[in-house]
Design a protein around this ligand. Structure first.
Ligand SMILES: Cc1cc2nc3c(=O)[nH]c(=O)nc-3n(C[C@H](O)[C@H](O)[C@H](O)COP(=O)(O)OP(=O)(O)OC[C@H]3O[C@@H](n4cnc5c(N)ncnc54)[C@H](O)[C@@H]3O)c2cc1C
Length: 454
C-alpha cells in the first residue's frame, strides 16, 4: 500500500483509539491521538472509574491480530460461568458453554488501556494528553483542541480524523449539526456504582476465582469480576429512583441495611462497603444509534462514539475492537481510498452494532431477573440438550455472540428463531427426558440451517 506516511488523526486514547492507531502505524500511516484526560500511567485513577471488562472472541481476535493477546493473558482471569448467589447465600454455578474454551476473560479497564497505550507508543504512535477536541472544521481541514491544563485553544490540520472518543463523542456532536444526521440516545433508568471486594488472607480471592458472580434480585443486581491481584471489582446496578433505588440509599445505615438484607453473603467480604459506596459516583448507561458514521472520506466515528451500548452482554469493547478488525480489513483491500473504506465500513457494521445494542438490553433483563427463575433454568437445560444433539444448527445465542465471531445480526435472528423453538418444545414439559424429540428434530431441521462461523 502506498500510504506514504499519510497522516491519520484519532480523537480518544481510550480502548479502541490506541489499538487502531497501532495497526495503522504498522500499515505505514503517521498517527497522532489527542486525548482529553491526563495520562493514567502518571496519575492515580479516580475512584469508581476502573470497572472490569469481559473480553471474549471478537476482542481477543483483534488483540491477537495486533500481536498483543499473548502478553495480555498475564493480566486476565478466565471466567467459566456465572456463580449465582441467592438471598439465602446459596450458590449455583451455570457454565457459559459446553466447551472448556467457552470462557470470558476478566480484565481491568485501566490495565487494558495502559497496555494498549504502551504498545501504541512503542509502535510509533504519538499520544497528546489533556487535549480536548472541541470540534472539526471540515471546510478548512482542521480539528479544534483545547489544552486542559492551560485553557489555550488551537486548531491543527487534518487529513483524516477518526472519532474514537466514546459515548459522549465531540466529533459526533459536530456531525449532529449537519442535515439528515440520524441520532437516538436511550438512557436506562438504572445507574451503576463500582464497589470493591478486597483480597482475602494471602492475597487469595475471597470468592471462587474463575466465575462472574451475580446476585440477581429481580429489579436490580450486584456482580463481581475477579482481578489478578486477588480483589474483585464489583458493580451494583440499581434504579436511579423509586423502590430499591440509589435515591433511597442516602445514609450509611440505609446502605448497610440494604446490603445485609439483599446480598447477605457479600457484606462480610466488603469491609469498606459504606465508604466505597459514598466515595464512588453513580454512572449512567446509554444506547446510542446514529448514521451516517462518516463524512466525505474525511471523518469517521468508531467504537462507542458510533454505537454505545449498555454493558449487559459484555460486548462494548469486543464490538469496538471488531470495528477495528473490519476497518483494517477494508483498508488492506482498498488502500487509503477513505471515502470507499468508510462507506463500506458502515455498511458492514451498522446492522450488526444495532443488533448487539438490542441484544444487550435483552440480556439485562435475563441477568437481573431470569437467571434465578426455575422455568428459565429449565429452558437453559433444554437449550444445552438441543445444542448437544444439533451442534452445528442449534448454537445458543450467548455462544454465538461471545465465543464465535458470527455477525451479531445473525446471532440476533437465529436467537429469535431458537427462542421460539424453545418456547414450543418446553410447553407443558418440565423434564428434559419428556421432550418430544421427534418434533424437535423436525423443527430444528426446518427452521435452522447449519451455522457458518468464522
Ligand atoms: C459499567 C460498564 C461495564 C462494561 N463492561 C464491559 C464488558 O464487560 N465488556 C465489554 O466488551 N465492554 C464493556 N463495557 C463497554 C466498554 O467500556 C466500551 O464499549 C469501551 O470502553 C468503548 O471503547 P471506546 O474506545 O469506543 O471508548 P472509550 O473507551 O470510552 O474511550 C474514549 C476516549 O476518548 C476520550 N475523549 C472523550 N471525549 C474526548 C474529547 N472531546 N477530546 C479528546 N478525547 C476525548 C476519553 O477520555 C476516552 O479516553 C462496559 C461499560 C461500562 C460503562
Amino acid at each position: 500500500m502506498s500510504a506514504n506516511k499519510q497522516k491519520v488523526t484519532l480523537i480518544g486514547a481510550g480502548l479502541t483509539g490506541p489499538l487502531l492507531a497501532l495497526e495503522l502505524v504498522k500499515r505505514g500511516f503517521q498517527v497522532e491521538i489527542y486525548e482529553r484526560r491526563r495520562d493514567m500511567r502518571s496519575v492515580r485513577m479516580s475512584a469508581g472509574r476502573s470497572i472490569n471488562l469481559a473480553l471474549s472472541a471478537r476482542g481477543i481476535h483483534a488483540l491477537t491480530e495486533a500481536r498483543l493477546w499473548n502478553d495480555m493473558q498475564k493480566i486476565v482471569i478466565p471466567m467459566k460461568g456465572r456463580m449465582m448467589h441467592s438471598t439465602r447465600s446459596e450458590m449455583t454455578f451455570q457454565p457459559y458453554g459446553r466447551y472448556e474454551s467457552d470462557v470470558i476473560n476478566s480484565i481491568s479497564r485501566a490495565e487494558l488501556n495502559i497496555a494498549l497505550m504502551n504498545a501504541a507508543e512503542e509502535g510509533g504512535v504519538t499520544i497528546q494528553f489533556q487535549k480536548r477536541c472541541l470540534g472539526v472544521d471540515l471546510k478548512n481541514g482542521l480539528v479544534q483542541l483545547r489544552d486542559e491544563q492551560t485553557g489555550e485553544e488551537r486548531s491543527v490540520g487534518i487529513h483524516v480524523v477518526i472519532g474514537c472518543d466514546g459515548s459522549s463523542s465531540a466529533i459526533r456532536d459536530r456531525m449532529l449539526k449537519r442535515s439528515r444526521f440520524n441520532f437516538s440516545q436511550q438512557y436506562l433508568d438504572y445507574g451503576y456504582k463500582e464497589l470493591t471486594i478486597p483480597a482475602a488472607a494471602g492475597g487469595k480471592h475471597a470468592l471462587q476465582t474463575n466465575a462472574l458472580h451475580i446476585w440477581p434480585r429481580g429489579n436490580y443486581m450486584l456482580i463481581a469480576l475477579p482481578n489478578v491481584d486477588g480483589t474483585f471489582a464489583s458493580i451494583l446496578f440499581l434504579p436511579f429512583e423509586g423502590k430499591d433505588s440509589f435515591e433511597q440509599l442516602s445514609t450509611r445505615a440505609a446502605v448497610l441495611e440494604f446490603f445485609r438484607s439483599r446480598f447477605p453473603d457479600a457484606v462480610p467480604l466488603m469491609p469498606d462497603l459504606a465508604d466505597n459506596f459514598f466515595a464512588n459516583p453513580v454512572g449512567s448507561m446509554v444506547t446510542i444509534k446514529c448514521s451516517p458514521w462518516h463524512i466525505d472520506g474525511r471523518v469517521l466515528l468508531l467504537g462507542d462514539a458510533a454505537h454505545a451500548i449498555v454493558p449487559f452482554f459484555g460486548q462494548g469493547i469486543n464490538c469496538g475492537f471488531e470495528d477495528c478488525t473490519v476497518l483494517l480489513q477494508l483498508l488492506d483491500e482498498h488502500g487509503p481510498d477513505w471515502g470507499r473504506v468508510f462507506r463500506d465500513f458502515e455498511h458492514a457494521r451498522k446492522e450488526n452494532t444495532d443488533a448487539i445494542a438490542d441484544l444487550a438490553i435483552e440480556n439485562f433483563v435475563e441477568m437481573r431477573d431470569r437467571v434465578s427463575d426455575s422455568h428459565f433454568l429449565f429452558r437453559k437445560r433444554v437449550e444445552l440438550a438441543l445444542e448437544e444433539k444439533y451442534p452445528d444448527r442449534f448454537v445458543p445465542k450467548y455462544s454465538m455472540v461471545t465465543f464465535l465471531r458470527v455477525p451479531y445480526v445473525t446471532a440476533l435472528r437465529r436467537g429469535q428463531v431458537q427462542d421460539r423453538i424453545l418456547t414450543e418444545l418446553c410447553e407443558r414439559v418440565d423434564r428434559v427426558e419428556d421432550l418430544d424429540w421427534a418434533r424437535a428434530e423436525r423443527i430444528v431441521h426446518e427452521e435452522l440451517t447449519p451455522l457458518e462461523s468464522s
